[in-house]
Write a protein that binds this ligand. Structure first.
Ligand code: GLN
Length: 487
């Protein structure tokens, strides 16, 4: 049951949760407890919506003086000498980074189980994963340890864990938030994103972080002509028309022929609870006065394959810097430079990372580029065109986030291949460079379910407006044991 408690109990609250979920790799307990004590007390929080708020930072985003391990043994003991621009801007807005959150190694995964530093459990059911790769950030927010946390989203790593943990997850437009200080996995796909306890909070965080940064030449301000925030008028700017990618349309895209809500091999594309929640979300959007229009997204069939081809190709180049010389732990002794690099990489990288570097290198090999990388780029262009069409005259596209709710471990976990295939709904927005917002629609069988809205470039406000309206009209619950410290 949610309840508001005496603010002095925060340290005990934090410790009890962390013993069960393990969301932080490093945390300044005193700083966050102090923030909990002073939050909401008279005079303590003047100066904007973020003043005095503590936040968690995924361990692939730099915070000066804190670890920066990316969940990898390779960077064990590395402390960042500087802060990411996104972090610096939040600090300038009065917020304080209080710790680093667990993640899949270098952002590669959907469970946070590929971290070299142990697991993060889902606050709704600790036998299940928090999702990934920003699982630590999602779990920390879901448990109420911080009101928001930063994550990174290359193919869904903010939205999928947000959906697994019942919090809001915003993946901004490519370039809307500076990537300076984000350790690169797949540069053309990824952005720093926000996990927050409400859409309003996500908006405040995004507003503080966004905009051109001289340290990242791919970052930019919102171009003129894109409707901005509703600026407290109560007016929502958009057309109030939302396109819907129904599970049936998704199955048709995958099968390449008229379908019945099932994927090509006869198994349903969505877990029944997720399908039911999606239908409910549609009803509720209608009740809020949105006009819903069903649409098709034929290129969805190639999304996951194109995403993994491009992401792994970029990863194989980006991770070349971890050679034990420029970055990474150096082996104790090596007879020559090659052996040094080999030793460092063999000892530093986990299995999933090694697999992905090998696959990425393979896809880029001379003579193979036509077959893999260039085809993936063409599929990427197709996805971009499909979304351009889908968004013409509409505020957003409503889609599932992930085919399942939070999954268990061992025999209960989908295979690594199935986990990759399941990224089809999230990776589209990364391939197309568009903003996407996951928000909770309800709780089914004790586990949260989310949906996502994908919008036009720099159209975050339309997505946030809809999610805010939805959250006000249909508030979802919090996990058992959650206490309200940050309202
Ligand atoms: N599951 C995807 C992957 O493993 C998403 C990763 C991400 O967004 N960082 O690549």
């Amino acid at each position: 049951m949610t309840r508001t408690v005496c603010k002095d109990g925060f340290s005990a609250y934090l410790r009890a949760w962390e013993a069960r979920i393990g969301s932080f790799l490093e945390i300044d307990e005193e700083a966050v407890s102090k923030a909990a004590r002073s939050h909401g007390s008279a005079g303590a929080s003047g100066g904007g919506p973020l003043a005095g708020l503590p936040f968690g930072v995924k361990d692939n985003v730099a915070v000066a003086g804190m670890r920066l391990s990316c969940g990898s043994r390779m960077l064990d003991g590395f402390v960042s000498p500087y802060s990411a621009t996104a972090v610096a801007r939040l600090v300038a807005a009065g917020a304080a980074p209080v710790g680093k959150t667990n993640m899949d190694e270098f952002g590669m995964g959907s469970s946070t189980d590929t971290s070299a530093y142990g697991r993060t459990n889902n606050p709704w059911d600790v036998s299940r994963v928090a999702g990934g790769s920003s699982g630590g950030s999602a779990a920390a927010v879901a448990a109420g340890l911080v009101p928001f946390a930063l994550g990174s989203d290359t193919g869904g790593s903010v939205r999928q864990p947000a959906s697994f943990c019942g919090v809001v997850g915003l993946k901004p437009t490519n370039g809307a938030v500076s990537r300076f200080g984000l350790v690169a996995y797949a540069s053309s796909l990824e952005t720093i994103g926000v996990l927050a306890d409400s859409a309003a909070r996500a908006r405040a965080v995004f507003e503080a972080m966004r905009g051109a940064d001289p340290l990242d030449q791919t970052s930019r301000d919102r171009p003129d002509g894109v409707p901005g925030a509703r600026a407290g008028t109560g007016e929502r700017a958009g057309a109030r028309i939302i396109g819907v990618l129904s599970p049936e349309a998704a199955a048709r895209a995958l099968a390449g022929s008229p379908g019945d809500g099932a994927s090509g091999d006869g198994t349903p594309l969505l877990e029944p609870e997720v399908a039911a929640a999606f239908e409910e979300a549609k009803e509720r959007m209608r009740s809020l006065g949105y006009r819903l229009e069903e649409l098709e997204l034929p290129s969805l069939a190639y999304a996951s394959a194109a995403y993994y081809t491009i992401a792994l190709a970029e990863a194989s180049a980006n991770l070349a810097r971890f050679d034990g010389v420029r970055y990474g732990r150096r082996p104790a002794g090596a007879p020559n430079p090659e052996a040094l690099v080999e030793g460092a990489r063999a000892a530093g990288f986990g299995d999933e990372v090694r697999l992905r570097i090998l696959l990425g290198t393979f896809a880029l090999r001379a003579g193979f580029q036509d077959r893999y990388y260039l085809r993936a780029q063409r599929a990427r262009a197709g996805i971009r065109r499909d979304f351009e069409r889908a968004l013409a005259g509409r505020d957003a596209v409503l889609m599932p986030v992930y085919p399942t709710r939070a999954f268990g471990r061992g025999a209960e976990a989908p295979s690594p291949f199935a986990q990759k295939a399941a990224d089809l709904f999230t990776c589209c927005a990364n391939l197309a460079g568009l903003p996407a917002l996951a928000f909770p629609t309800g709780v089914s069988g004790g586990l949260p379910v989310g949906v996502q809205l994908v919008g036009a470039a720099f159209g975050e406000d339309a997505l946030l407006d809809a999610a805010e309206e939805y959250g006000e009209a249909y508030p979802t619950g919090r996990p058992d044991g959650y206490e309200e410290y940050w309202t």
